[in-house]
Write a protein that binds this ligand. Structure first.
Ligand SMILES: [Zn+2]
Length: 245
């Protein structure tokens, strides 16, 4: 999963250029300083893009929200723009039941999970809406691959695609038949979105990986190998009606 940067100025190269005393690396570049430069360049570029977007679309506070402007059906498996329905594919990438990170089967599964998160197959995915300062909010829109390609990039507001099996109330498999679900929202008063302390969820621990990729496109990635298996507030429609107000 980790890929080291090959430094443009490896120490050996610097040693071998003794006949060219002026040719010296600007600093003793390591993978981290190279990465840092890409991060800074990306931040600068993001600020430029934001300024351009504000010049074109007005101040960020006035940017529209897809969660309000899209008129399609609201369901965890349905695109809110075109209405196409696509339940998530059966999970074919399973981690072996061992905790040993050196197990080659674990490595293979993690590499496949990373590949799927970075280039997911066609489907309907959750996009988290951000506020005018680009901070994520507890709001999602479900979009098919075609509609997200058409809507997300040109949209001035920032949206982030959520990883598979992310613990996010309202759109999890557990939520489908829960009476607290309203479209793609959880209306339980204990959720953070509704001013509560958050619902207790039970899930296998996530895996943090650091992906090194070219042009500063790498970064930390959180993988959720298994779906949330329990929610403290869950109330299936088939259960006796005692918790609903
Ligand atoms: Zn669509």
């Amino acid at each position: 999963v980790q890929r080291r940067w090959r430094s443009l100025w490896s120490r050996r190269a610097a040693r071998d250029t003794r006949h060219q005393p002026d040719v010296q690396p600007p600093v003793d570049e390591t993978a981290d300083t190279v990465h840092q430069r890409f991060v800074e360049a990306a931040q600068w570029q993001a600020a430029q893009q934001r300024a351009q977007m504000e010049a074109r679309c007005g101040p960020a506070a006035s940017w529209p929200r897809l969660s309000e402007t899209l008129t399609g059906p609201r369901h965890p498996h349905v695109c809110q723009s075109c209405g196409v329905a696509a339940p998530p594919p059966a999970d074919s990438i399973a981690l072996p039941d061992t905790d040993d990170p050196a197990d080659p089967r674990t490595t293979t599964a993690v590499v496949r999970l990373v590949a799927r998160e970075r280039r997911p197959p066609w489907g309907v995915y959750a996009w988290q809406e951000c506020d005018s300062e680009d901070a994520p909010e507890p709001v999602v829109v479900m979009l098919c691959t075609d509609c997200s390609a058409r809507l997300i990039l040109p949209h001035p507001r920032l949206y982030r695609r959520l990883p598979q099996h992310v613990p996010f109330v309202g759109i999890m498999a557990l939520c489908l038949d829960c009476t607290w679900r309203e479209g793609v929202r959880c209306t339980h008063p204990q959720t953070q979105a509704n001013g509560g302390s958050g619902l207790e969820l039970d899930q296998a621990p996530p895996i943090e990986v650091h992906v090194r990729a070219r042009y500063g496109r790498g970064g930390f990635l959180t993988l959720y190998p298994r779906p949330v298996c329990a929610c403290a507030g869950r109330h299936p429609a088939s259960a006796p009606d005692e918790h609903r107000p």
